[in-house]
Design a protein around this ligand. Sequence first.
Ligand code: ACO
Length: 329
Amino acid sequence: MSIIDEIRSKAKSLNKTIVLPESEDSRILEAVQELIKEKIVKVILIGETDKIQQDAKENKININGAEIISVNDERYKDAFAEKYYELRKKKGISLDDAKKAMQSSIFFAAMLVKENLADGYVAGSISTTGDTLRPAIQILKTAPGIKTVSSYFLMVVQDKSFGINGSLLFADCAVVPDPSAEQLAEIAICTAQNCKKLLGVDPKVAMLSFSTKGSAKHESLDKVIEATNIVKETHPEITIDGEIQFDAAIIPKVAQKKAPGSPIEGQANVLIFPDLNSGNIAYKAVQRLAKAEAIGPVVQGTARPINDLSRGCSVSDIVNTVAITALAT
Ligand code: ACO
């Protein structure tokens, strides 16, 4: 069974409810059809029932079984605005601002999750990463002990000798532009924990840079070294090495030469990039040049699961992201 089939099958057994706020996108409606048909999750769509039913009919999509909730639903409209106002009034917003925010389907979706009416939300097929993440950061906030929301990609490469049968986690490739040493350590810890959760194996974490064990000296390396030390001190159970170059992290023969005695022995399955430039470029390079499957970005560090789609996503990308979200609940 492929890793994706395993994820979909695990999600089915959990019977979670995921909100999809971008109901005006026909790819979302097609994904809903599949999610319901395959019984992967229960779905809540945000929008006006007549409009959504009409769009589905025009596109010959069957969305029977999906719950549809309007942002103007009297059961929630005022209560959600007041709750959001309470959460954000110290930032200077008025009740009117809160009412306006709750007219946004993604903010409304975040509030449904906050109020335990759903287990998570997935958006981003027509919204930017920022617009998808901000409601989660403001309303759901971070998980206990975590200060930074970040993300990982599950990369599935064709050469099965890498990672776990070709599966590796790359982070952070989508959220934190220039992490501090503390933030980089948190990104490594969250991704290591998700490696165990998603792939069922012990993580081997590589803190990547252009230097291996002091082979180069530059101030930009200091935060990678500091982050590695923070993880070693706070989470001694995590197998980690850094600073280390990409080849020494994933190829045992190179590791023997460049990093003899490395605890990850050139067999890293979690690759942590020093900043968003390097992480974002690397995942796209591997995806395009090595024809790897890139599943994500999977958001981590929020108190409840949410995920961000790429605006170029396919229907199966949406279904897979929803399944991953259900697994994280
Ligand atoms: N984790 C936790 N809290 C955060 C984070 C974070 N990563 N980032 C910002 N915050 C908090 C701040 O502490 C602040 O909190 P407060 O209002 O309670 O004081 C609030 O969010 C606003 O902070 P800003 O710095 O103004 O953050 P902003 O809302 O502008 O943006 C965001 C945050 C959306 C995560 C931003 O960092 C971003 O856009 N990142 C890049 C995303 C991107 O463009 N990726 C492109 C690649 S995606 C792809 O290729 C698939």
